[in-house]
Ligand binder design. Sequence first.
Ligand SMILES: Cc1cc2nc3c(=O)[nH]c(=O)nc-3n(C[C@H](O)[C@H](O)[C@H](O)COP(=O)(O)OP(=O)(O)OC[C@H]3O[C@@H](n4cnc5c(N)ncnc54)[C@H](O)[C@@H]3O)c2cc1C
Length: 271
Amino acid sequence: MNLVTEAAIREHAALSTRRRVGRRHQSASKVVAIIGAGFSGTMAAIHLRHALPPDHAVVLFDRTGRFARGPAYAASDAPHLLNVRSVNMSALPDDPGHFERWLGSLAAPAPGETQVTEAGTFASRRLYGRYLRALLYEEMTLSGGRVRLCSDDVLGLAPAEGGWRVACASGREVVAAAVVIANGNLPSSRPCDGIVFHDPWAAGATSGLRPGEPVLIVGTGLTMVDLALAMHGHGFQGPIIALSRRGLVPQLHAAPGPAPDRKSTRLNSSH
Ligand SMILES: Cc1cc2nc3c(=O)[nH]c(=O)nc-3n(C[C@H](O)[C@H](O)[C@H](O)COP(=O)(O)OP(=O)(O)OC[C@H]3O[C@@H](n4cnc5c(N)ncnc54)[C@H](O)[C@@H]3O)c2cc1C
């Protein structure tokens, strides 16, 4: 009769636990969840689709039901411009001309969607949102269902076997091997009383204003310019007062000069 020692039993238990853990990892979820489908979440989905093994899926959540936009590139009723030249707005770092080529491939962008200036061409933010959506939908088509969209508000994450349990407002739960949190800036927690808007992008912040009554904007940066343009777009003719601590306004983009000579910009050192 073979004697089974206690040490052998412990070793056997440890081995089967290791095997169970191994199996658990093998059968772990092959889903990566991304919370937030603004620029960061959208591009994470696209890059992960290429980086992950072919049997893995990416689920992209957004609570607004709008994908590949976020507040910056949302559809708006004013053609607010990107603050970066279109030549520098490719979403693909390995293909710097990608956005420019996409712009060139459009039949004819609506008037105001691109502005050609001495400093370069600037596209509207909502047009850039269209670009991001085109990239995402192309990726979804190519992925054969490996990139999925989920219109839901993610309320919480909890550790689960093989990863994380993603709990949504609708009651939906998804177990994911990994989670990317790309939820952008948190909105202001201060309530809006219909007069003071803490979120300048809130619906109603620039429309339905009482004609002729002054509007105060706190800050004189690019958001101030966008808001003033939006108010004018809504037909507001009254005074707009912009308040600044330092009295500065955004600088114009200078026309791009030639690339600096690498030798002359080298730090003055003995090397
Ligand atoms: C008005 C504005 C103009 C800008 N203009 C420019 C520009 O011209 N050029 C430039 O380079 N950058 C610009 N930016 C900066 C821009 O915000 C960033 O470049 C980038 O878009 C930020 O993307 P993000 O994905 O990190 O966040 P966001 O775009 O904020 O996206 C976060 C997403 O997460 C979702 N979300 C949040 N919480 C949850 C949750 N719990 N469950 C599900 N979904 C959730 C939100 O609905 C949102 O869609 C601008 C920003 C703003 C606000």
